[in-house]
Write a protein that binds this ligand. Structure first.
Ligand code: NAD
Length: 378
């Protein structure tokens, strides 16, 4: 019988319990310890998981030779220190998004994981979701034509953070989806935003991503909106996809709509756009919790040595975009270039050479669900 992977989770605030629930539900995982600095969070977790080893000192988990892997769900400012300790302690490491507070920290972690031959994965949860995988498949097959632009809105009331602005809090999801679907990282970023509520931390931001192939994406993030909005639009030359993650069933709608300019014209009067209004189609999507697929993928990568779909390198790319956004915010929204290729090349790793690889598959043995991931690993 296959040995179970012993996992410890650090951080049991808002998000950590979701990782704990999923890891504890996977048959090839043994949730070995839970750690949080706050005793009240630990007593809550002890009630939910009687008999579970809980500790306020994360070193107990990191130094425990029985533990194979550490999952970190603490605030972003603590990600680097904890992940660094975990990797130095020889543990496979999962870090919640955003990977760290700076791209320099991300690079250090990528190099350390490479040097120690350990799995390093980042919680870009949506790239493990069925709707996003379906969108990627549709775009890659060329069904919507050439992808012209993506627009994304992630809005809600709160939760206001004290240490990071709303772009660092919410936009990692949109940016990771955009990079995943586009298949490459942007060349420059513009970002404008505003801090309200007497704080200096921006609670509303608008981000524009420019791609070297002419691609374009916008991301609107807000903690100050009356409604919870999770919408993305993928506009192609032939069709358009609307992804509404708040929809319970029909999360993706493909619209057979487009605008065409006349191929040639002689006079201004002949120049007429033609608007095509066709049907809408909502493809069937299997219902699987993305977080469960993500946790299973982490365990699979530890077992096989395969590079995760959202590895440290994808974590680094997202943080590079956020970093450029912070610089742009300070310059009132000016364009900030990301010398992405140069920065990635600085990462001294064989795996940093982005290339297409053979099909990956993420499966949850318990549910028998398998999602083909034939792409990425760039
Ligand atoms: N993937 C997703 O969809 C998603 C959703 C929400 C949050 N997150 C991410 O999860 C992470 C945690 O966010 P949150 O909202 O749960 O934060 P939180 O503040 O609610 O919880 C963090 C917990 O970590 C504990 N903690 C902090 N430093 C610690 C340390 N050194 N050792 C032990 N415990 C420590 C705190 O006591 C707290 O209980 C963030 O990176 C956030 O971006 C991801």
């Amino acid at each position: 019988m296959q040995k179970k992977t012993n996992v410890a989770v650090i951080g049991c605030g808002y998000w950590g319990p979701n990782l704990i629930r999923n890891f504890s539900s996977l048959p090839d995982c043994n949730l070995a310890a839970i750690c949080d600095m706050k005793p009240e969070r630990l007593s809550h977790m002890r009630n939910l998981y009687p008999g579970m080893k809980v500790t306020q000192d994360c070193r107990e988990a990191i130094e425990n030779p029985e533990i194979d892997a550490i999952a970190i769900a603490t605030p972003v400012h603590s990600h680097f220190d904890l992940a660094n300790q975990a990797l130095l302690g020889g543990k496979h490491t999962f870090i919640e998004k955003p990977m760290a507070s700076s791209s320099a920290q991300c690079k250090e972690l990528v190099e350390l994981a490479e040097e120690k031959n350990l799995t390093l994965m980042v919680g870009h949860t949506f790239v493990y979701s069925t709707p996003v995988r379906k969108i990627k498949e549709i775009v890659d097959h060329g069904d919507i034509g050439e992808l012209l632009y993506i627009s994304s809105q992630r809005l809600n009331l709160g939760l206001f953070q004290k240490d990071i602005n709303v772009a660092w809090d919410l936009a990692p999801h949109d940016v990771s989806i955009i990079l995943f679907v586009m298949g490459h990282a942007p060349s420059s970023v513009n970002c404008q935003g505003k801090a309200h509520m007497g704080s200096s931390v921006e609670g509303v931001t608008n981000l524009s991503l420019n791609f070297s192939n002419g691609g374009f994406a916008t991301v609107q993030s807000s903690w100050l909106d009356p409604n919870k909005v999770r919408r993305m639009t993928f506009v192609g030359t032939k069709r358009m996809i609307l992804y509404d993650d708040n929809e319970p069933l029909e999360k993706i709608k493909i619209y057979d709509k487009r605008v065409e300019a006349p191929p040639h014209y002689d006079t201004f009067a002949e120049f007429q756009y033609s608007y095509h209004y066709g049907d809408m189609y909502a493809p069937y999507l299997t219902q699987v919790e993305p977080l469960k697929v993500q946790c299973q993928h982490f365990l699979n990568c530890i077992r096989t040595g395969e590079k995760p779909i959202s590895s440290g390198l994808e974590g680094l790319q997202v943080v590079q975009v956020l970093e450029a956004a912070s610089v742009s915010l300070k310059k009132g929204g000016s364009k900030v270039d990301i010398d992405y290729a140069a920065k990635i090349d600085q990462v001294n790793t064989k795996k940093a050479k982005f290339r297409r690889v053979k099909q990956h598959s993420v499966s949850t043995p318990e549910s028998g669900v398998s999602i083909e991931l034939g792409l990425l690993a760039r």
